[in-house]
Design a binder for this molecule. Structure first.
Ligand SMILES: O=P(O)(O)OC[C@H]1O[C@](O)(COP(=O)(O)O)[C@@H](O)[C@@H]1O
Ligand SMILES: [Mn+2]
Length: 643
């Protein structure tokens, strides 16, 4: 190694002891069991259900409590204690209201604090002290460390311990401490979170999910097609922008646009009121608990039509200027007979149901009215000037990628485009052909470029972001064409079908998965592909673990709209030093139900892979980095101190 760097490093490690201490420290970490990875996907704005899964660590919190206290606590007490750890603020209020005397309450506090300290000690056993310290509530670090490292053999220590707890209670700090310890436990059971795409759309609170992720201790994101749509809108793609507003209108979520991100919808509403009327095909989809007045419902229905027509018009010029997107079949506005109200698709003519073509000039159907052009420009300005959206999109870019290689697994939201024979499918971009990993890299480069140039709205990079949402070779879409037009306007359901990329049946085969892992320079014996995007239909007996365990699909339907199809309420995956476990979650009703009845929505766990020997940090991505550091420190030791 270049001695210049070693000289520089010697400024930090300026004695032999310091170098040796750091080497020993790193070696110790390398020999600890690997931390737990937690995988989630397709959150689709379902903040509350996501919160619950985070708070219970997909069952890990309760598992640790059961491990520790199975002998001394009943099943009911274990559940009650677990609920306290998940929702400490609310559960404390509930429990406290049951006590009649301060003495009883103080007794309870003493027990709980002791229990929580034991739990933390157990949950942190595979971390270094310094890592645990970082996870502790700041104001109580000193006190908790005193409590954690007391040993029972010395009675004077025991007295000391009791004294500390009593002091905490009498100073009125017990609630705060219990709350802090609860969050520390939640944090300790999961070392790192992977979000395998689709944070946005369909559900009501994606912005709150983003805030949670921003504050999370360790996370990465693999973008989903819906996330990319939001990134595209922020990066200057008007057609992506029209899509996000259309989807929010469709799912009765315009509050995300207006209230959460402060984007003014007034110009769009004015346009909608002028040209559109009620139309059953455009009424918002609602959850049973959502109530709308007739007036509100009409307003949304009109906005929904206005933005949908803007979207269709904006698609045409992109399809025309990018022939290699191969989307000319999607120029459907050109294929409508506006007198007869018919559309001809692939030689077949269909009547148009629920038309809303008041702004369309049949001679030039793709032309935006001046009013429409102004509306979309103003919306884009508003989107690009929303501070909160900017913060969320920047975070999404910083932590995100199209694919991730992590601890021998390949994480992708959608698919690896394949042909029927299982070969990587190629796509031509500006006269050059790309496939497999190279194609992913081209997509990602374009997305980065588009994001860095939000002022460009019609360049290739910006168009490519839209292609990622809906193009036939997109690794995020994974289907041949998006039949949005047909779903709104044609009755014949056969036209609604979106044909999937062959990947989706080929991924059942182990050899295909091995080939994909190799394409990404990964070890096919060790690795798995972790996939989101397509809801696994448990209800029909579909197995999320495919290809002899090489492929794990974790989209189980956090999205309420999809739960009837899947029959469950989402999968999550855990990967710790013992192996991988898939967890299927039952429908999440409400936090209140969990607080009152201790109902835990968690259900079945399935073993995916068991490690033959407990996996250590040494064998992980982080381990690799630490090993490099050890090697550099050894060089320093040799060069500087052992001559
Ligand atoms: O359920 P909706 O609102 O009709 O949306 C259907 C559209 O969503 C998509 O499935 C994409 O969303 P997903 O990534 O959640 O599958 C499109 O392929 C399809 O056209
Ligand atoms: Mn998706």
């Amino acid at each position: 190694m270049n001695t210049k760097y070693l000289d520089l490093l010697a400024q930090k490690y300026n004695s032999e002891e310091k170098v040796v201490t750091e080497i020993i420290n790193l070696e110790a970490i390398l020999n600890l069991p690997k931390g737990t990875e937690h995988f989630v996907s397709d959150l689709h704005g379902e903040y509350k259900a996501f919160q619950h899964v985070l708070r219970n660590g997909s069952g890990k919190v309760k598992e640790k409590i059961s491990d520790l206290f199975a002998k001394e606590l009943s099943e009911e007490e274990i559940t009650e204690f677990a609920t306290l750890v998940y929702y400490p603020e609310e559960k404390l209020q509930l429990i406290k209201s049951n006590f009649n005397s301060t003495q009883e309450l103080n007794q309870w506090y003493t027990e709980m604090i002791e229990r929580m300290i034991k739990l933390i000690s157990y949950a942190s056993s595979k971390y270094t002290r310094s890592k645990l310290r970082k996870a502790l509530p700041e104001q109580f670090v000193y006190i908790i460390e005193e409590l954690l490292y007391k040993t029972d053999e010395f009675t004077n220590k025991k007295e000391y311990y009791t004294k500390i707890v009593q002091e905490i209670i009498s100073l009125g700090q017990a609630d705060k401490l219990i709350i802090g310890l609860s969050y520390t436990t939640q944090r300790l059971v999961v070392d790192h979170l992977h979000v395998v795409g689709d944070i946005y759309d369909r559900g009501p609170e994606p912005d709150k999910i983003m805030e949670t992720l921003i504050n999370y201790h360790s996370v990465d994101i693999q973008w989903g097609n819906h996330d990319v749509l939001w990134l595209g809108a922020f990066a200057g793609s008007k057609v992506c922008l029209a899509n996000i507003i259309r989807i929010c209108a469709r799912y009765n979520n315009l509050g995300i646009i207006e209230d959460a991100y402060g984007i003014n919808l007034r110009p769009l509403l004015n346009l909608a009121e002028k040209y559109y009327d009620d139309n059953t095909a455009f009424r918002p989809k609602k959850q049973p608990e959502e109530k709308l007045s007739d007036y509100e419902e009409w307003q949304i229905t009109k906005i929904h039509q206005a933005i949908t027509m803007i979207q269709f018009k904006l698609e045409s010029p992109i399809i025309k200027r990018r022939p290699y997107f191969n989307m000319s079949d999607r120029l459907l506005l050109d294929k409508v007979d506006y007198d007869k109200n018919e559309v001809t698709i692939q030689g077949e003519t269909h009547p148009i149901e629920n038309p809303c073509f008041a702004t369309v000039n049949p001679e030039h159907p793709e032309e935006l009215l001046d009013e429409e052009a102004e509306v979309i420009d103003r919306l884009l300005f508003s989107v690009q000037h929303s501070e909160k959206l900017a913060r969320h999109m920047k975070f999404l870019m910083k932590k995100g990628s199209l694919y991730l290689k992590y601890n021998s697994n390949l994480l992708i939201h959608g698919c690896i485009p394949l042909d029927e024979d299982g070969n990587m499918e190629s796509m031509e971009v500006e006269g050059k052909s790309y496939k497999g990993r190279e194609l992913f890299d081209v997509f990602e480069r374009n997305l980065l470029h588009a994001f860095a140039h939000p002022e460009e709205t019609d360049d290739l990079a910006t168009d490519m972001v839209w292609y990622l949402w809906t193009g036939e070779s997109s690794s995020l879409f994974g289907k041949r064409a998006m039949t949005t037009f047909e779903r709104y306007f044609i009755k014949d359901k056969k036209t609604h079908k979106e044909q999937k990329n062959p990947y989706y049946h080929l991924r059942e085969q182990e050899d295909i998965c091995r080939k994909i892992l190799e394409e990404f320079d990964m070890d096919p014996d060790q690795g798995h592909i972790i996939n989101g995007h397509t809801p696994v239909k448990e209800i029909e007996g579909e197995n999320p673990i495919k290809a002899n365990g090489k492929m794990i699909v974790i989209d189980g339907g956090f999205s309420k709209a999809y739960q009837p199809t899947t029959g469950i309420a989402g999968y999550t995956l855990l990967y710790n030093s013992y192996g991988m476990q898939l967890v299927a979650h039952k429908h999440f009703n409400s936090k209140e139900e969990i607080l009152q009845n201790g109902m835990d929505v968690l259900s079945v766990k399935r073993l995916v892979d068991k490690e033959l020997e407990r996996k250590k940090v040494r064998e992980t991505n982080i381990g690799e980095e630490l090993l490099q550091q050890v090697s550099i420190l050894n060089d320093l030791l040799e060069y500087r101190y052992l001559k």
